[in-house]
Design a protein around this ligand. Structure first.
Ligand code: SF4
Ligand code: SF4
Length: 330
């Protein structure tokens, strides 16, 4: 008989930590290579799977003062990449200012915009794709399926059509074809199952998007839905959260550990506070026993070797081929 598992948050346990101990694995930080900044929870969409609980009514957004403090800190480091996420990061008033300031640093840093695509078609954002292309900002865009039905079910009516139009617009600017303008897509399952193998899915996406819409892109990243935020609530509502946890735990793959994004990424919240990853950020897992540690108080040279805070949700990153901001790990 299979036992139903209850999520950690309900029991105060950490089965992920137990699993690592059983396998004599210690999860520690490597040298930071990516500064991932979650600039706020404001978004034009309100997707079913959203781990941020983002939406049009959220008011948590980064101020210019915080942007300045982050830039000053970044300028003293050799971290080569800044990864902007949200919500829809483009919606904060200082989004363009942030990018300009990062690009002005000596040496300049690479910038990634995690984009939901539809924001590029909203009023007031028409010149944004051109701005991004001019600054050679890499775009990583959510596209949970190449079929209208699945995308609209997960993200809302009309989102598929909007996403297609936005991808065509990005292609017309050179995204996906010019080497300095990478365009990657992100797939996450429309439900409580693991993603199909990334290479196969990428081939399917490339074939279908080109055939039906003339769209080209560079890489497809497969992501596993983590059992937190709106997705956890959705599963809990259908009494399927325990089953999903069981699936993730059974699929634990120790070969994913070295490539986990928490090893080389610093995650920063909209107030400048620091976490091991964006998921821990959404769960409020702050470094100092639940108290905020702000980025500008962190010595970047002290991060290597630091133990990473974990919970049951981490099984979402280590299941099967693994899941990170750059897609499958193994
Ligand atoms: S998943 Fe992305 S696009 Fe959807 S509501 Fe969340 S932040 Fe917005
Ligand atoms: S959720 Fe994933 S990225 Fe975050 S700490 Fe756990 S394993 Fe690392």
């Amino acid at each position: 008989m299979t036992m139903k598992l209850v999520p950690t948050a309900d029991l105060g346990m950490n089965r992920f930590a137990d699993k690592l101990t059983d396998q004599s694995i210690r999860l520690r930080r490597a040298r930071p290579e990516i500064l991932q900044v979650n600039v706020g929870k404001l978004c034009n969409l309100a997707c079913v799977h959203c781990h941020v609980n983002a939406g049009p009514k959220r008011r948590e957004i980064m101020t210019r003062e915080t942007v300045e403090q982050i830039i000053t800190w970044l300028g003293k480091t050799d971290i080569p990449t800044v990864d902007l996420t949200g919500g829809a990061p483009e919606m904060i008033p200082d989004f363009r200012y942030f990018i300009e300031r990062v690009k002005q640093l000596e040496p300049s840093r690479h910038v990634i915009d995690r984009c939901n695509l539809t924001i590029l078609l909203e009023d007031g954002y028409q010149d944004l794709p051109g701005f991004l292309a001019q600054r050679k900002v890499e775009i990583i865009a959510s596209m949970p399926c190449y079929s209208a039905q699945n995308v609209n079910a997960q993200r809302g009516d009309g989102v598929f059509e909007g996403s297609i139009a936005a991808l065509q617009l990005l292609n017309s600017l050179g995204y996906g074809t010019v080497p300095a303008l990478p365009l990657h897509l992100v797939y996450n399952p429309v439900g409580e199952f693991l993603p199909a193998p990334q290479p196969e899915l990428e081939a399917d996406y490339k074939r279908e998007l080109r055939k039906h819409f003339g769209i080209v892109f560079n890489r497809l990243y497969t992501l596993t839905n983590l059992p937190i935020g709106r997705f956890a609530a959705y599963l809990r509502h259908g009494d399927r959260l325990g089953e999903y946890m069981e699936l993730l735990i059974d699929a634990f793959n120790p070969a994913t550990i070295d490539g986990l994004m928490c090893r080389n990424t610093i995650s920063v919240g909209w107030r400048g506070e620091v976490y091991d990853c964006d998921f821990n950020q959404q769960l409020g897992m702050q470094w100092n026993n639940g108290q905020p540690v702000f980025l500008w108080d962190v010595d970047p040279d002290s991060l290597e070797g630091r133990d990473i805070m974990t919970g049951d949700h981490c099984f979402g990153c280590t299941a099967g081929a693994g899941s990170s901001c750059g897609g499958a790990i193994v």
